[in-house]
Design a protein. Structure first.
Length: 444
């Protein structure tokens, strides 16, 4: 197989035989596995980005018309954060379902819940129709998204961390991360088209609902792509051979809770930046700048394309200098970038665009290696569930409240709040990586 193809070389004979059967009995090639993973991740991110963009362009006007635009956006961002609070609960529920009924049942239920929750938002009545009940319905659907995303964990980062040569680990780690820019590009492009093509009144009445309908079709494709992957006999046997099976969350936290937290904080700089270049700029610029919403979305789409390229490059760099070294280096660069944020965001369209584009490039280089960086800390029996919980908590601590905190504090105290928020994530990442290195040397 060529050097650019996706493969899963493993040292044990029985695992190699499992992969051999993947080419025969199941007829699932490694390249198809990679495509399935990207499709699955893209659908999840698409759902979340559609909601995030709607928090800026739609919900302040349709659900919170009794508030100022700023307060309405902050309320929408608070609801945005609920999914990340629900995500660890979804992981716990998903692990329980998988232990009892299997991986395929768990994924089907998770993707069905995610699709229904997202499409349900397309039918959401306005506040003018049913009052505060519309807000309650949105909260329920948003929590459903979070539960579903937590339950949809497929264990691929853990499998890659254990099953690929060390010198290629960075390249394989970035594959699943490509779903983030792809999901954002589709979501932003849909909103940009609808917002530019319709009068504001029609956009707020019915136009904004179309991206949520599109989510249904994308989720159906993603469900079948991922089911073909995770239900296959060879894939299941490979996970079992690697002891990548679900265990109760309480048991993981009891035995290896410190590793869960270490893994969560190691990715904090990257995830703190994640929503500060996607959701937050759209809210700040649309409220405090003359730059049009469509222009911002178009620049963000360009940024997401750059981020996708940067994610791929991160795999090459990480394999040369080490994943953790790259993550630490990028944390420092994100810290430097954070100091320029107030100056750039006060610099008109040129400064705004520079903030978005530079931020997306840094995000790609960092986020490309943020998944499972310290997965090897877990003992094999806890790795599957432990890696899922680390991911959930990283999103919760780093990204869940980023738009809310950045917009709220910057509106009251100035854009220096954005710098402080990013710097806090940088400090957490550097400390976590340092602690992890010390622990490795101690145990060596």
């Amino acid at each position: 197989m060529s050097s650019g193809s996706v493969a899963f070389p493993v040292p044990r004979v029985e695992d190699a035989n499992s992969l051999s059967r993947a080419h025969t009995d199941e007829d699932v090639t490694p390249n198809e596995i990679a495509v399935g993973v990207i499709i699955g991740r893209s659908s999840e991110y698409f759902d979340f980005f559609v909601f995030g963009i709607a928090c800026v362009l739609v919900f302040p006007f349709t659900l919170f018309p009794f508030m100022s635009r700023l307060d309405g956006t902050l309320m929408a961002f608070a609801i945005f954060a609920l999914a990340f609070l629900a995500r660890p609960i979804g992981t716990a529920l998903g692990m329980a379902v998988q232990r009892r009924w299997g991986r395929g049942t768990k994924l089907t239920l998770a993707m069905f819940t995610l699709g229904v929750s997202t499409v349900g938002m397309a039918f959401l009545p306005n506040y003018s129709s049913i009052g505060s009940s519309a807000i309650v319905v949105l909260i329920v659907l948003r929590v459903g998204q979070g539960l579903a995303l937590g339950a949809s964990w497929d264990g691929l980062p853990s499998l890659l961390a254990m099953g690929v040569p060390t010198e290629r680990r960075g390249w394989y780690a970035m594959i699943g991360q490509l779903g983030a820019p792809l999901g954002f590009i589709i979501a932003a492009a849909l909103f940009a088209y609808l917002y530019s093509s319709l009068p504001v009144s029609e956009f707020l009445d019915w136009g904004w609902r179309y991206p949520f309908f599109v989510a249904f079709a994308i989720n159906v494709v993603a469900l079948f792509a991922r089911l073909r992957l995770v239900v296959g006999q060879s894939y299941a046997e490979l996970l079992q051979a690697r002891e990548l099976e679900p265990v109760p969350v309480a048991e993981v936290m009891s035995h290896e809770g410190s590793n869960v937290l270490l893994g969560a904080f190691a990715a904090l700089a990257s995830l703190a930046l994640f929503h500060l270049v996607t959701v937050f700029p759209l809210s700040w610029i649309s409220m405090y700048s003359a730059q049009s919403v469509v222009d911002v979305l178009e620049v963000q789409i360009m940024g997401a394309i750059l981020a996708a390229g940067a994610i791929a490059v991160s795999g090459i760099i990480a394999d040369r200098m080490g994943r953790r070294n790259l993550l630490g280096t990028m944390a420092v660069l994100i810290g430097v970038f954070s100091l320029t944020a107030p100056w750039l965001l006060r610099g008109g369209a040129v400064g705004n665009n520079a903030f978005i584009l530079i931020g997306f490039i840094l995000l790609g280089l960092s986020y490309g290696q943020s998944s499972g960086t310290v997965t090897n800390n877990f003992s094999s029996e806890f790795r599957y569930t432990g890696a899922a919980l680390s991911t959930d908590l990283a999103w919760l601590f780093g990204a869940a409240f980023a738009p809310l905190v950045a917009l709220g504090l910057s509106a009251k105290w100035g854009l220096g709040a954005v710098s402080l928020y990013l710097l806090s994530g940088v400090v957490c990442t550097l400390l976590a990586l340092r602690i992890n290195r010390v622990l490795e040397h101690r145990d060596a």
